[in-house]
Design a protein around this ligand. Structure first.
Ligand code: 5SP
Length: 208
């Protein structure tokens, strides 16, 4: 399982150093929150752009915003390689996927814990990845929701080749549950950035 540390859990006074500190990981997860789709506000495309030259990891941008379509160009130009947006957003889903594809970025969809997995089915053929939220989006440091694992199993059965990412509450205890249920990538914020030995923690979460 690949590990994508979430910069939301990093020390914002030294984000550059924090991005470099997780170079042993696979992807860098960048949580974008607008204070409307979720109650929290994080950071925007300028921060993604500033971090881009500091890391060779795949930039995995997760848009928790009500109107993703109008911001796709900015995040693509900032260096996003994967852009995930939410099936519950207020924009047209197919049009937003088309906008992501227009910039040569890989499109992904996410869903909140209360949203049935079937809501994603009409779009699966167009997606590179699905991000299954294992907490209510908005804040780091929440408890992992194991009941979301059935979504992973349903998606794997429906589209065996689809990349499946999990996000929220992933730590030493819950990472094995994600692996057992077929997650390809796990986002981990608190577990990675609060670790005493970050590379060792990443290896542990990967299952090495
Ligand atoms: O998108 C989110 C929260 O909305 C996640 O990326 C969390 O930020 C993951 O943080 P931890 O649960 O690992 O602390």
């Amino acid at each position: 399982m690949k590990i994508a540390p979430s910069m939301l859990a990093s020390d914002f006074t030294r984000m550059g150093e924090c991005a470099k500190s997780v170079n042993a990981a696979d992807w860098l997860h960048l949580d974008i929150m607008d204070g409307h789709f979720v109650p929290n506000i994080s950071f925007g495309p300028d921060v993604v752009k500033a971090l881009r030259p500091l890391s060779d990891l795949t930039f995995d941008v997760h848009l928790m915003i009500s109107h993703p379509k109008q911001y796709i160009r900015q995040f693509a130009e900032a260096g996003a390689e994967i852009i995930t947006f939410h099936v519950e957003c207020d924009d047209d889903i197919d049009e937003t996927i088309t906008e992501i594809e227009k910039y040569g970025v890989k499109p992904a969809l996410s869903l909140k814990p209360g949203t049935p997995v079937e809501c994603l089915y009409p779009y699966l053929d167009r997606l590179y990845m699905v991000l299954v939220m294992t907490v209510e989006p908005g804040f780091g440091g929440q408890k992992f929701m194991a009941d979301q694992m059935e979504k992973l199993r349903a998606l794997r059965a429906k589209r065996p080749e689809l990349i499946l990412e999990v996000d929220g509450g992933v730590n030493r205890e819950t990472a094995p549950i994600c692996r057992e249920n077929g997650a390809d990538v796990a986002v981990a914020g608190t577990a990675v950035f609060r670790a005493e030995n970050i590379p060792a923690e990443i290896a542990l979460l990967r299952g090495e």
